[in-house]
Design a protein around this ligand. Structure first.
Ligand SMILES: Nc1ncnc2c1ncn2[C@@H]1O[C@H](COP(=O)(O)OP(=O)(O)O)[C@@H](O)[C@H]1O
Ligand SMILES: Nc1ccn([C@H]2C[C@H](O)[C@@H](COP(=O)(O)OP(=O)(O)O)O2)c(=O)n1
Length: 237
């Protein structure tokens, strides 16, 4: 069972995907964390993130390793724990530019497909292009949306500056988030886009618990469809 959950920032992808995976005993992959980790590695290793060629030349260098336990998501770059540093504003401000470079996307997409192929019991993979590009044959595709105001309000509560202070400016948070959405949706290589066969869920007026319940139901229905379809496929062989 492969579940793809895509959508812009602050729609609830990570919280929903982790909870659904934990509840249904599936693995979990946060692909945004991988793009953030490669961005953090570049910033820490003197790569000029305004120079596309420099980014492309460095794309193969770091070793990015993701844990797939939804209860203990882990991410490292060259063996260093990246879970904390990838959430700083510095990384958030640079991640769209780094992730728009085709060499970075090819590298990270290969990693994602390998992780999904190894997840024997099934996996929930969340990101921007999972349903469209990374795993177009997913058993279920969900596209989460929410109003920019709701997303900014959710995000502003958890952001930290590089010095570790909380970010409280809601208007600035919304502006940064909208700019990132625009960059992620307009890039040439695998932009943020709803797959034609994805189920869209608007989370603006829903609690996180309601979104989780809705996605669990969708996964259970997709699993039932898959179980019904498989004996037919077997017989056809
Ligand atoms: N439906 C919801 N209602 C209220 N808050 C939510 C909802 N979904 C997620 N959140 C909160 O919003 C923040 C961003 O959620 P997250 O899952 O990280 O979004 P994404 O992965 O899409 O960027 C988190 O603090 C999360 O707890
Ligand atoms: N599949 C993906 C996932 C993330 N990205 C890029 C674009 C996003 O702005 C950044 C960060 O993603 P992340 O999911 O961590 O962002 P949010 O938590 O939603 O703010 O990575 C991508 O290009 N493709």
């Amino acid at each position: 069972m492969i579940v793809a959950i895509d959508g812009p920032s602050g729609t609830g992808k990570s919280s929903t995907s982790k909870a659904v995976a934990a509840q249904l005993g599936l693995s979990y992959l946060d692909t945004g964390a991988q793009y953030r980790a490669i961005t953090w590695w570049m910033l820490s290793n003197g790569v000029d993130v305004s120079d596309q060629e420099a980014i492309a030349a460095a794309a193969d260098k770091p070793s990015i390793v993701s844990g797939t336990d939804p209860r203990q998501p882990a991410i490292s770059a060259d063996g260093l724990d990246a879970a904390g540093p990838i959430r700083t504003q510095e990384v958030t401000a640079a991640v769209s530019a780094v992730s728009a470079v085709p060499e970075v996307r090819t590298r990270i997409t290969e990693l994602q497909r390998a992780i999904a192929a190894e997840a024997g019991g099934g996996i929930v993979v969340e990101g921007r292009d999972i349903g469209t590009t990374v795993l177009p044959g997913a058993d279920l595709k969900v596209f989460l949306t929410a109003s920019p105001e709701a997303r900014a309000a959710r995000r502003s509560g958890e952001l930290k500056t590089t010095e570790g202070k909380p970010v409280t400016d809601l208007a600035a948070t919304q502006q940064a988030l909208t700019a990132r959405d625009k960059a992620d949706s307009s890039r040439k290589a695998s932009p943020l886009k709803k797959a034609e066969d994805a189920v869209e869920v608007d989370t603006t007026e829903l609690t996180l618990e309601q979104v989780i319940e809705c996605v669990v139901t969708l996964v259970e229905k997709a699993a039932a469809r898959k179980a019904e379809a498989e004996p037919v496929e077997e017989a056809a062989r």
